[in-house]
Design a protein around this ligand. Structure first.
Ligand code: PLP
Length: 395
């Protein structure tokens, strides 16, 4: 019954793990969840009020395919103020989450067999969305010594005559690294020279710690901007995962193409969410700053605990709310007790024996790693690490 397209689209390897954790929680078990991919706080009240006001004002009907004009205007202003980027509201399209922005972008630009470069470790949906759009994901390999950030040489190695685009994700899920201005400049030179488009996924732009800051690749110069589809969303910054709201900014040609795809499929995201999103951006301020401060404390708490476990190494997280932990040494000593003897087996046993959820590195193309999310309370971090320490000593 299924199309080849769907047959070729991989199912999430971690689904059964997440389902098991959910069942345990429903049965009243105490489960510490380091698997979460969303902020643990509630959507701020002023945003919810914006959504309620939209319902009361009757903004509950069809609207423009590109999204409501008032929201595109505040996004245009945000991109100018935050990144010096000049995107008119007509160069912006609102989608149902950053995920749908990426999906529609790929549908818009790919012909069958076109290659799209994806940087390992990668967010698993990238490769599957490329396949669903008829493209071919080409994995660019990176090095641990460079915190798995793509270098110009690694990029050049992945380029073929069929390369149409690259998906770049900075700040990066799952590693928590962030590309510097110099690194982006070097990559953009290669991309411009080879006329390769960039889908720049910037959903974690606010979750940046210490003295690092997020630079949008489109802001480097007009040549790379012309090749970029900038993608961002409301899920992470404003804890609006369920509102399904994101956007893309690009050239008029690309936005017109994306409107065609969206017009015949999604129409547009919920108008109620869009009005709430307008309020989120227009009145953004202290709420986000407080949240980032709190996340930084959690990051420090988790790092402190990680440093105390022998045999564990990690990529130092400068952004996002994830830590990508190298468990190769732990795995090599426990091959006999794990099935499979990779991070998937480790995470299954960790859940079964210690009731702690972690995401196996298989989800990002790296079976010797696990991803831990610190989007949870300090108490949960302490409790989870008490359990992890005991677990690691036991097996
Ligand atoms: N991009 C990355 C790298 C993500 O990790 C996620 C969510 O986990 C998304 C995009 C999707 O975000 P949204 O909820 O806006 O679709």
């Amino acid at each position: 019954m299924l199309s080849d397209r769907v047959k070729n689209c991989g199912e999430s390897m971690t689904l059964s793990l997440a389902e098991k954790a959910k069942k345990l929680k429903e049965n009243g078990e105490s489960v510490v969840d380091f698997g979460t991919g969303e902020p643990d706080f509630k959507t701020p009240d002023y945003i919810c009020d914006g959504g309620k006001a939209a319902i009361d004002a009757g903004y509950t009907k069809y609207d423009a395919v590109a999204g409501v004009s008032a929201l595109r205007q505040v996004i245009s202003k945000k991109l100018r103020e935050d990144h010096g980027l000049d995107y008119a509201p007509d160069n912006i399209i609102i989608n149902s989450g950053a995920k749908s922005a990426i999906f529609i972008a790929l549908q818009t630009i790919l012909n069958p067999g076109d290659e799209v470069i994806v940087v390992r470790p990668y967010w698993v949906s990238y490769t599957e969305m490329i396949r669903l759009a008829g493209g071919v994901p080409v994995i660019a390999e990176t090095q641990r010594e460079n915190q798995f950030k793509l270098t110009p040489e690694e990029l050049i190695y992945a380029i073929t005559p069929k390369t149409k685009a690259i998906i770049l994700n900075s700040p990066t899920n799952p590693t928590g690294v962030i590309y510097s201005l110099e690194e982006l400049l070097k990559l953009s030179e290669v991309l411009v020279r080879n006329k390769i488009m960039v889908i720049s996924d910037e959903v974690y732009e606010e979750f940046v710690y210490g003295d690092r800051n997020h630079i949008s690749i489109a802001s480097l110069n007009s040549e790379i901007k012309a090749l970029t589809i900038l993608v961002n969303g409301f899920s992470k910054t404003f804890a609006m995962t369920g509102w399904r709201l994101g956007y893309a900014a690009a050239t008029s040609e690309i936005v017109a193409g994306m409107k065609r795809v969206q017009g015949h499929t999604l129409s547009h995201p919920s108008t109620i969410s869009q009005y709430a999103g307008r309020v989120a951006l227009a009145e953004k301020g202290a709420v986000t700053d407080d949240i980032i401060r709190e996340f930084d404390e959690r990051r420090q708490a988790m790092l402190q605990r990680l440093d105390q476990i022998p045999g564990i190494d990690y990529i130092y997280p400068e952004s996002t709310f994830y830590i990508f932990v190298d468990i190769e040494e732990i795995l090599s000593n426990r091959k006999k007790v794990l099935n499979p003897d990779t991070s998937l087996g480790f995470c299954e046993k960790l859940l079964d024996s210690a009731r702690v959820v972690a995401v196996p590195g298989e989800s990002f193309g790296m079976p010797n790693y696990i991803r831990l999310s610190f989007a949870t309370t300090i108490e949960a971090i302490e409790e989870g690490f008490d359990r992890i320490e005991k677990f690691v000593n036991q097996y």
